[in-house]
Ligand binder design. Structure first.
Ligand SMILES: [Zn+2]
Length: 697
C-alpha cells in the first residue's frame, strides 16, 4: 500500500514536486568552544512534477555559506555543477526558514530528471541549534572530554543541515564526521570506512582525531539521522550487537545488557514475520542528561545511562555466540535483568519495525509509530516472559494513559486537543504535544481492535501491516483502510470518531485483556492502602493513620514479596498519583509507602532513593503531592543528577505547587546541565512563580 504524498504542515519542502533520493551529510569540523558544526549536505533529488522550477528545503538559524547545484547526466552519471541564485525566506516561529534553490536547466520541469544540490553551512552556536546537545566533560563519566550528540525528532534536523525535514520523505543517507583529538564518532548507520574516511570506532580509547563514515542503506526520514562525537569506545556483546559509550560506561553496559537485544530482535522477527532489516544493532549509552529514556536511531539506539542499575543476566557469558542460543534459553538468562531497562531496550528495538521501517507520514499520526510500537513491545515481552507479563504491562499502560489524559484535560483549554489519539498539531511544534498519549492511548486503539477480531487475527493483521508497508510511510486514514479491507465487519462496528478524535477518555473495559494474578496482587495492595475507584471511575483514598497504613500494607507485601515486582511498585504509585485533589494523603503516609516499597524491593531504604529512576521519581512525586517538605534534599540531588524530560516535567510542576521558591532554587542550580528540550519542559512546569524564583522571569 502506498500513500499519496501531500504537503506537510511542519515542513516548507516541496516534496510532492521534487523528492530526495539520497543524502550525503558531512560534518567537517566540530568546534567545542564555539559550539558550532561546519559541513555540507549534498542531496540527490528527483523531479516529480513538470511544474517544478525550484527545490525548497528546511533550514534553521545556520549560516548558509555556499550553494551549488547540477544536473546528473543520464548516461554519464556525472554532475555538471553550477552556482544557482538561491534565496531564503524570513523565519516562521517553530518551523525555521525555507531555502529556495532553482532547479538547474536541464532538470527544471523535467519529470524524472535527477540533480544534485550541495549546501555548505555553519550551525548557530550552542542552544541556538536545538538539534544538538553540547555536554561539558564534567557531565560524562570519564570527565576528560566533552560530548556532542544529535536529537532530531521531531523537526530539528533542519537546525543542523538543510533537508526535506518531514517524515513522509525517506531516503538512504551517508554521514562523514571529522573529530578533534581524543574523540570518536558513532552514527545511525553501518560503519563504512573509505580512503578519505578511514577511522572506525573500536574498543581502543581514541587518541588522535580522524574522519569516520557511516551509511544507512534503508530509506529513513531525516529525524532518524543521528550522530554522537566524544571520548567513545565500542565493545561487542555478540556478533551483531554491542555497546558504545564512555570508556567507563561500556563494560558495565555490556555486562548488564548481554543477551537482551538479541532476544528482543528474534522475538520481534517471529511476531512480525518481517526480518530485522538493519544489520548491526548497538546501544549508545549517553549521560543521564539525555532528555529521553531512549531514542530509536537505526542501528544505534541512544539510551540514557540512568537505565543501567547494575542488574545482571543469569549467565553473563556463553561459550557460543548468542545467535546460536535458543530464544527460550536467552529469555531465561535475561529474566534477572532490571525490567525497566529491558522494557526500554525492547521498545527501541521494536521501532526497527514500528516507526523506522513503517513510518508515520506526518506528526499528527505519531500514534502509528509509538502506539504500534507499544503493542508490539508487549507482544515481544510476552514471548520472553509469558502471557501474564504482557497483561500486566497493558494494565500499567492503561494507568499511564489515564494519567496523561487527566494532565491535558486539567490544563489550559486549548491543550485538551493533545489528549486525542490524532490531535491537531498544525500550528505548533509537534514536540509541544508530546506525552504518553500517542504511546498508551495509541496502543489502546489496537487493544480495541484486538477485542473485536481476537488476538490471533490481530497478530496476523499486524504482520500484514508491517510487510505491506515496509520501507514506506503510513497515515491514520491509510491504516484504517487497510484494516477495513481485512476486517470489514469489525471496522464498521468500531466508532472511529470517538476512538481517535475524542479528548476525554470514555469508560473502557479491557478486563478480558489485562486481568492476571499480578494484577490481583496489585489490587489487594491498593485495597489495603484504602485506595478504591469511586462511582465516577476515579481513584480515591480513605484517610488513614500512618501506623494503620503501615500495618495493613506490610501485611500484604510481606506475604507476597516474591511476586511483588518493580512493575507493581510503579503501577501502585501510578494509581495513587491519579487520585484527584490538592493533597491526597498526609506526608507521614507518603513516607510510610516510600519506606515499605523500599524494603520489599531492597530489604531496606526508601524507594525514592533506589537506583531505578522509574521508581524513585514516582515516589518523589507522591511525596511532593503529599506536600512533604522534608523531601527537598532528596529532590535536589535527583534533579541535579538527571535530565529526562518526563521526570523534570512532573517533579518541577508538583514541586512548584508545594513551594515555588524551592522549585526555582533547584532549577537555577540544575538548569545548565539540561538539554534545551528538557529546559523548555521544566520551565513550562515551573510556572511564573517558579521561574521568578529561578531568576528567569
Ligand atoms: Zn518510542
Amino acid at each position: 500500500m502506498t500513500t499519496t504524498p501531500r504537503p506537510d504542515v511542519h515542513s516548507f519542502s516541496n516534496f510532492t514536486q521534487v523528492t530526495t533520493r539520497s543524502l550525503d551529510l558531512s560534518v567537517s569540523s566540530i568546534d567545542f568552544e564555539q559550539k558550532t558544526l561546519d559541513g555540507f549536505s549534498c542531496l540527490e533529488l528527483e523531479v516529480l512534477s513538470s511544474e517544478a522550477k525550484e527545490v525548497v528545503l528546511d533550514i534553521g538559524k545556520q549560516k548558509i555559506t555556499g550553494v551549488t547545484a547540477g544536473v546528473i547526466g543520464r548516461e554519464s552519471g556525472v554532475t555538471q555543477w553550477q552556482t544557482p541564485n538561491f534565496s531564503i525566506d524570513p523565519p516562521t516561529e517553530h518551523l525555521g526558514r525555507p531555502l529556495r534553490i532553482p532547479i538547474p536547466e536541464g532538470a527544471k520541469q523535467q519529470k524524472g530528471a535527477l540533480f544534485h544540490v550541495k549546501i555548505h553551512f555553519t550551525t548557530a552556536p550552542g542552544t541556538e541549534t536545538p538539534g544538538v546537545d553540547w555536554l561539558p566533560a564534567e557531565s560524562t563519566s570519564s570527565q576528560t572530554h566533552p560530548l556532542v550528540y544529535s536529537q532530531f525528532q521531531a523537526i530539528l534536523a533542519r537546525t543542523v543541515f538543510p533537508c526535506m525535514d518531514c517524515p513522509a520523505v525517506k531516503a538512504p543517507f551517508a554521514i562523514t564526521v571529522t573529530t578533534p583529538d581524543g574523540m570518536a564518532v558513532a552514527c545511525s548507520g553501518t560503519s563504512a570506512p573509505t580512503a578519505e574516511a578511514p577511522c572506525q570506532i573500536s574498543a581502543a580509547v581514541p587518541v588522535k582525531g580522524g574522519t569516520y563514515r557511516y551509511v544507512q542503506t534503508n530509506p529513513v526520514p531525516s529525524y532518524l539521522i543521528a550522530f554522537a562525537c566524544g571520548h567513545l569506545v565500542h565493545l561487542p556483546m555478540s556478533a551483531r550487537c554491542g555497546v558504545v559509550g564512555d570508556p567507563k560506561e561500556v563494560a558495565p553496559g555490556v555486562e548488564e545488557l548481554r543477551g537482551v537485544p538479541e532476544a528482543a530482535i528474534r522475538a520481534a522477527e517471529e511476531i512480525t514475520g518481517v526480518r530485522y532489516h538493519w544489520g548491526r544493532y548497538d546501544i549508545l549509552v549517553l549521560p543521564r542528561f539525555f532528555p529521553f529514556g531512549g531514542m530509536e536511531n537505526p542501528n544505534l539506539t541512544f539510551m540514557n545511562a540512568c537505565l543501567l542499575t547494575g542488574s545482571r543476566p543469569l549467565v553473563p557469558e556463553s561459550e557460543k555466540d548468542e545467535s546460536e542460543v535458543p530464544l527460550s534459553d536467552l529469555a531465561k538468562r535475561i529474566s534477572s535483568v532490571d525490567k525497566c531497562l529491558v522494557d526500554v531496550v525492547v521498545h527501541e528495538i521494536c521501532h526497527s519495525w514500528a516507526g523506522n521501517l513503517v513510518t508515520n507520514a506526518q506528526w499528527c499520526d505519531f500514534w502509528l509509530n509509538e502506539g504500534f510500537d507499544e503493542y508490539l513491545t508487549r507482544a515481544v515481552l510476552e514471548r520472553l516472559f509469558g502471557a501474564d507479563y504482557r497483561k500486566f504491562q497493558h494494565r500499567v499502560g492503561l494507568g499511564e494513559m489515564e494519567k496523561a489524559v487527566i494532565e491535558w484535560m486539567e490544563g489550559p483549554e486549548e491543550e485538551r486537543e493533545y489528549a486525542k489519539v490524532v490531535p491537531n498539531v498544525d500550528s505548533i511544534d509537534p514536540d509541544d504535544a508530546f506525552s504518553r498519549i500517542p504511546y498508551e492511548r495509541g496502543c489502546a486503539v489496537l487493544l480495541r481492535m484486538e477485542q473485536k477480531i481476537g488476538r490471533q487475527a490481530m497478530i496476523l493483521w499486524l504482520k500484514s501491516h508491517f510487510s505491506d508497508n515496509a520501507k514506506g510511510t503510513v497515515t491514520t486514514e491509510g491504516v484504517l483502510q487497510h484494516f477495513k479491507e481485512k476486517h470489514p465487519k469489525a471496522h464498521a462496528e468500531l466508532d472511529w470518531q470517538e476512538i481517535l478524535y475524542r479528548s476525554d477518555y470514555p469508560p473502557h473495559d479491557f478486563e478480558d485483556i489485562v486481568a492476571s494474578p499480578a494484577d490481583a496482587l496489585l489490587q489487594e495492595a491498593l485495597r489495603a492502602s484504602g485506595v478504591s475507584r469511586g462511582s465516577d471511575g476515579k481513584p480515591k483514598m480513605t484517610p488513614m493513620e500512618a501506623g494503620d497504613l503501615k500495618e495493613k500494607l506490610s501485611a500484604v507485601l510481606s506475604s507476597s514479596s516474591a511476586q511483588w515486582s518493580d512493575l507493581h511498585t510503579s503501577a501502585y504509585l501510578d494509581e495513587l498519583l491519579l487520585i484527584p485533589g490538592e493533597r491526597p494523603l498526609s506526608p507521614e503516609c507518603a513516607q510510610v509507602i516510600d519506606s515499605i516499597l523500599g524494603s520489599v524491593r531492597d530489604g531496606g531504604g526508601d524507594i525514592s532513593s533506589c537506583p531505578v529512576t522509574e521508581l524513585s521519581y514516582r515516589a518523589l512525586w507522591l511525596r511532593l503531592r503529599a506536600r512533604d517538605l522534608s523531601v527537598e534534599g532528596l529532590l535536589r540531588s535527583f534533579l541535579c543528577g538527571i535530565g529526562r524530560g518526563v521526570y523534570l516535567k512532573a517533579l518541577y510542576c508538583e514541586a512548584a505547587k508545594m513551594d515555588a521558591q524551592m522549585a526555582g532554587r533547584i532549577y537555577r542550580e540544575a538548569r545548565g546541565r539540561y538539554h534545551p528540550t528538557a529546559r523548555t519542559q521544566a520551565e513550562k512546569a515551573l510556572g511564573p512563580e517558579g521561574l521568578k524564583a529561578a531568576g528567569l522571569d
